[in-house]
Design a protein around this ligand. Structure first.
Ligand SMILES: *Cc1c(COP(=O)(O)O)cnc(C)c1O
Length: 445
């Protein structure tokens, strides 16, 4: 049973969470949906608008997750919905590799313009972040004639075979799924809260490891998230990314920025590499690109991307016309509403609130993030010891009160906030109050 009432414009709970209709769907799901696919939230969505989700019981929740940094523009924004409707009415698929269409070119033009650097660029479109990262590695290998790929502690790059190899965390992403792709080497990154190193020091450790254990001339690509996502919203210390990027340039190594989660205004810039003026050789994008439709891209230096001969890159659905229409609507919305600026405003509202909460409770060891990619790292008071149990209780309490927050981190002890960049100050404030209340309540238990 689905509610037919129009979506509300504020948080409202009319049943317990999950309500009866969601519980019924949960029971149906158990008989047919693979157990390996889990859901953060026990409620089933009937509609969504802006920063709100309305479930099948008529409860309306504030969305601080944006479907993992996907609906950066907000749910159901007119520029996306109208363009998608129009495109669906014309054609839904021809396969760009068979009979091409203009939308694909327009998305690649936008990527050339918006990604860091004013060099000549080429793009190729895919369906998912993992596919984009895999293809960045394919391009780097062909362009360099080398094989080794360097990745970092706490990295997350996806769930396909190669990207599982690139990903750091075993359970649940890799456990039992091996063997993994060879020629992948993991080195320490920069995690200021835990390693206490400056960016230059952390980069020196990583570079020494690469040179001694792999050999710089063996490395095709260094693949890195400018701010690590699933691994814990880890912002590297200033100077870390520029030092690695400079080392790559000096050694003929392709510097690949995985901006799948950080891209498209999320961190207060179009791309997070720009915070330190890093210009990646290749950049992988997905999530925020198309307002919820599946689309991903690799964009990079023309001479690298075009090293792959015709037919070497592609896929049946890559750059689907409906997804391209959504991307153009999403990018237009980011431009016209200046959502990079909105992300910075969200940062300036959220960070002081989280810092005050940290001070008051002693269970938040670190508050960090850029733009609207924000995190609180939960620890046992007075230590650095991760408190995953408290983190999970806080998240569940928020869900029960109608606020969608996500957790992340190698140690599962980070509450991360990824609100739509268009979220009103009022909803942001209300969601934060719920989070504060949840932390205070869980701490006093
Ligand atoms: C989500 C994510 C991916 C994988 O994207 P999918 O679309 O889920 O395949 C890769 N890299 C980063 C940094 C991500 O956050």
């Amino acid at each position: 049973m689905t509610t037919t009432e129009p979506a509300l414009r504020h948080r409202k709970l009319v049943t317990e969470i999950p309500g009866p209709a969601s519980r019924e769907l949960q029971a149906r799901r158990a008989g047919v949906v693979a157990a390996g696919v889990s859901s953060v939230l026990p409620v089933y969505v009937a509609s969504a608008e802006g920063g709100l989700l309305t479930d099948v019981d008529g409860n309306t929740l504030i969305d601080f997750g944006s479907g993992i940094a996907v609906t950066n523009v907000g749910h159901n924004v007119p520029a996306v919905v109208d363009r998608v409707r129009e495109q669906v009415g014309k054609f839904t698929h021809t396969c760009f590799m068979i009979a091409p269409y203009e939308g694909y070119i327009e998305v690649c033009e936008a990527l050339a313009e918006l990604t860091p650097g004013d060099h000549e660029k080429r793009s190729v479109l895919f369906n998912s972040g993992a596919e984009a990262v895999e293809n960045a590695v394919k391009i780097a290998r062909v362009a360099t004639g080398r094989q080794a790929v360097v990745v970092f502690d706490h990295a997350y790059h996806g769930r396909t075979n190669l990207t599982m190899a690139l990903t750091a965390k075993s359970v649940p992403y890799k456990h039992g799924f091996g063997p993994f792709a060879p020629e992948v080497y993991r080195v320490p990154g920069s995690y200021p809260f835990r390693d206490g190193l400056s960016g230059a020091e952390a980069a020196a450790v990583a570079i020494d490891r690469i040179e001694k254990q792999i050999g710089g001339d063996q490395v095709a690509a260094v693949v890195i998230e400018p701010i690590q996502g699933e691994g814990g919203f880890i912002e590297p210390a200033p100077g870390f990314l520029p030092a690695l990027s400079a080392w790559c340039t000096a050694n003929g190594v392709v510097f690949v920025a995985d901006e799948v989660q950080t891209g498209f205004c999320r961190t207060g810039e179009w791309f997070a590499s720009s915070h330190e003026d890093v210009v990646p050789d290749l950049i992988a994008t997905a999530k925020g690109i198309a307002g919820g439709l599946p689309l991903a891209a690799v964009t990079g230096r023309a001479e690298l991307v075009d090293a792959v001969p015709a037919g070497g890159l592609g896929g049946t659905y890559g750059g689907n016309p409906v997804a391209c229409a959504a991307a153009l609507g999403s990018i237009e919305t980011m431009r016209t509403q200046n959502l990079a600026e909105s992300a910075r405003r969200i940062h300036d509202i959220v960070v002081p609130r989280l810092r005050a909460l940290a001070e008051r409770t002693g269970v938040i060891g670190d508050v960090r993030g850029r733009g609207a990619m924000l995190a609180a790292e939960f620890v046992k008071p007075g230590t650095n010891e991760p408190d995953a149990a408290l983190t999970s209780r806080v998240a569940k309490a928020c869900h029960a009160a109608g606020v969608v927050v996500l957790t992340c981190g190698t140690y599962g002890n980070i509450v991360r906030l990824l609100p739509p960049l268009s979220l009103s100050d009022e909803l942001l404030d209300e969601g934060l109050s719920v989070l504060e209340h949840a932390v205070l309540t869980e701490v006093s238990l």
